[in-house]
Design a protein around this ligand. Structure first.
Ligand code: ARG
Length: 478
C-alpha cells in the first residue's frame, strides 16, 4: 500500500512560505529542524539582532522608531526565554526563525523589518562565532584552573622523588613535581592555542547576507564595533560557507583532550595495586556492582574515554566540510551538535580533573622506594665515567656490563664493591662513584636547563606562579 506522506498542520506560516503552495511534510520538519539543539544560541542570536537593528536604524534603512521597537521586543523575548516561558516550535525550524516569528508577533510591522539586509546564512555564522568566542574564553579559564591545580600539587610534593619512565619501564629518577609540571606545560600550550584562535573566531560575518552582500547601504564596521569584533570578514561568499574556525576549535580541543587522556591514563595506572603510587579519595572513585572489594578510577577512565568523541567530532566536521561547494549548504547545520558536544565534553573533563587532582593521595614512600629500583641510576654512573675522561659510548658499555653482573648476582649497583668495579670494569672507578648512585643525588645532579634538579624545578614553578599573579593583575586592571 502506498503511504501518503503527511504534511504538517500549517498553524504557523513559514517565513519563507511565499513561493510554496503546499505544506512541508512532517517527516521533513522532524528531519531538518535544528531548534532542538540550536536553541542554546538564543542569547547570541538576540545580541546579533539587536546590533543589526541598531545599524539598520542608524543607516536609515528602517525608521529609527522601528529599530527601537525591535530592540525592545527582542529584549522582552530574551527575558521570556531566560525565564523559561518561551515556546520553541519545531515547524519554525531553527532559533533564528523562532525568534523572528516571536518578534513579529510581539511588534507587528516593525518586527517584519528586522531581516532586512540579512540572511540566516550570515546570521547563523554570526551566532556561532559569538557563541564560540565566549566558550573559548571560558575553556581557557578552565585550562588555567587545571594548570593551577597541577602547579599546586607539584608545590606540595616538591621534595618527592619517583621513577621516571620510558617505554613504561623504569628509566631514571625524577621529581614528582617535575612529572606534574610536564602537564602544566601542556596546559600552557593548549591555552595559548585557544587564545590565538580567538583572532580568527572574532571576525564579523554579518552583512554577507545570503552569499553576495546587499544593495542596501549597511554599515558592517559599525555592527562589528557594537558586537566587539576585531575585524570584518572580507569576502561574503567565504563568510557564509566556511567553518574553519569551528574546525580549529575542534582541533585544539582534540589536542587538549589528548593531553588530558594521558594524564588520566597515569591516574588509572598509578592507582593500580601494581603501581600503588596513588590512592583516590572515595568521592572520586566508584565501586563494582558485583565485586565488593573494588574501588575503580572511573573519573579518569571517563576522561580518557571521552577523548574518543572529541576526536570523532573533529573527524565528523572535517568530513561534513570536505568538498562542499561554495557557498552555504544545509550540510553546514551539522556543525552545531559536533561543536556543542565538544565544548560540553572538554569543559566537563577540565572541571572534574581540576577537582580530583588536589585530593589525590600520593603514596610518597612507595614513590621514593621504587625510584631507586631497576638500576635507575646507571646513566649517572656512565656520566661519572665521562667526567673521569671516558668517551660516553665506552662508558655506556662498561656500565651495561656492570648492570648485567649485578643483576646476575641479584644485587644493586651500590652493592658491588669498589674492588670489583676497578678489577672487573674500569680503573677509572673510585670510591666517589657511590655518591652518584642514590636517586636523590641523581635527581639533584640534573641541573641542565629544564632538567629535574630541584633547583630547576623550583625555578620553573616560580615562573608559573609569577605568570599566574600577572594574569590576576591584568584581569583586575581591565
Ligand atoms: N539552521 C540553519 C543552520 O544551522 C540556519 C541557516 C539556514 N539557512 C538556509 N539557507 N536554510 O545552518
Amino acid at each position: 500500500m502506498a503511504m501518503k506522506s503527511k504534511t504538517a498542520k500549517q498553524k504557523i506560516k513559514k517565513p519563507w512560505g511565499g513561493r510554496f503552495s503546499g505544506g512541508t511534510s512532517q517527516a521533513v520538519e522532524a528531519f531538518s529542524e535544528s531548534i532542538s539543539f540550536d536553541k542554546r544560541l538564543w542569547k547570541y542570536d538576540i545580541e546579533g539582532s539587536i546590533a543589526h537593528a541598531g545599524m539598520l536604524g542608524k543607516q536609515g534603512i528602517i525608521p529609527k522608531k522601528d529599530a527601537k521597537l525591535i530592540v525592545k521586543g527582542l529584549m522582552r523575548i530574551a527575558t521570556r526565554i531566560a525565564e523559561g516561558g518561551f515556546v520553541f516550535r519545531e515547524e519554525l525550524e531553527d532559533i533564528h526563525m523562532n525568534i523572528e516569528a516571536a518578534l513579529i508577533e510581539e511588534t507587528g510591522e516593525a518586527g517584519k523589518k528586522l531581516h532586512t539586509a540579512r540572511s540566516r546564512n550570515d546570521q547563523v555564522a554570526l551566532d556561532l562565532r559569538l557563541y564560540l568566542r565566549s566558550e573559548v574564553k571560558e575553556t581557557i579559564g578552565l585550562v588555567g584552573g587545571l594548570k593551577a591545580a597541577l602547579v599546586d600539587l607539584a608545590q606540595r610534593h616538591r621534595e618527592i622523588i619517583m621513577p621516571g619512565y620510558t617505554h613504561l619501564q623504569r628509566a631514571q629518577p625524577v621529581l614528582l613535581a617535575h612529572h606534574l609540571l610536564a602537564y602544566a606545560e601542556m596546559m600552557d600550550r593548549d591555552a595559548e592555542r585557544l587564545l590565538e584562535s580567538l583572532k580568527r573566531i572574532n571576525v564579523l560575518p554579518l552583512g554577507a547576507c545570503a552569499l553576495a552582500g546587499t544593495s542596501l547601504p549597511i554599515d558592517r564596521l559599525y555592527v562589528a564595533e557594537l558586537l566587539g569584533f576585531d575585524a570584518v570578514s572580507a569576502n561574503s561568499m567565504d563568510s557564509v560557507s566556511d567553518r574553519d574556525f569551528v574546525l580549529e576549535f575542534l582541533s585544539d580541543a582534540a589536542i587538549l583532550m589528548m593531553h588530558l587522556s594521558r594524564l588520566s591514563e597515569e591516574v588509572v595506572l598509578w592507582s593500580t595495586e601494581e603501581f600503588s603510587f596513588i590512592g583516590l579519595p572515595d568521592a572520586f572513585a566508584t565501586g563494582s556492582s558485583i565485586m565488593p572489594q573494588k574501588k575503580n578510577p572511573d573519573v579518569a577512565e571517563l576522561a580518557r574515554g571521552k577523548t574518543g568523541r572529541v576526536y570523532g567530532n573533529l573527524m565528523g566536521m572535517l568530513t561534513v566540510m570536505k568538498a562542499l561547494p561554495l557557498t552555504y549548504n544545509r550540510d553546514l547545520q551539522e556543525d552545531k551538535e559536533l561543536l556543542f558536544d565538544t565544548v560540553d565534553t572538554v569543559k566537563s573533563v577540565l572541571d572534574v580533573l581540576a577537582q580530583m587532582l588536589p585530593v589525590i593521595n600520593f603514596r610518597t614512600e612507595r614513590l621514593e622506594e621504587t625510584a631507586g629500583e631497576g638500576f635507575s641510576t646507571a646513566t649517572d654512573m656512565a656520566e661519572y665515567l665521562v667526567k673521569k675522561g671516558m668517551p660516553f659510548r665506552e662508558a655506556h658499555g662498561v656500565v651495561g656490563r656492570a648492570v648485567l653482573y649485578a643483576s646476575q648476582k641479584g644485587k644493586r649497583l651500590e652493592d658491588i664493591s669498589l674492588d670489583e668495579y676497578k678489577g672487573l670494569f674500569s680503573g677509572l672507578f673510585d670510591k666517589d662513584v657511590f655518591q652518584v648512585l642514590s636517586p636523590r643525588a641523581s635527581v639533584a645532579a640534573k641541573k641542565s636547563l629544564g632538567g629535574t634538579a630541584p633547583s630547576e624545578v623550583a625555578r620553573r614553578m616560580a615562573a608559573h606562579k609569577k605568570e599566574k599573579e600577572k594574569k590576576k593583575k591584568d584581569k583586575k586592571g581591565k
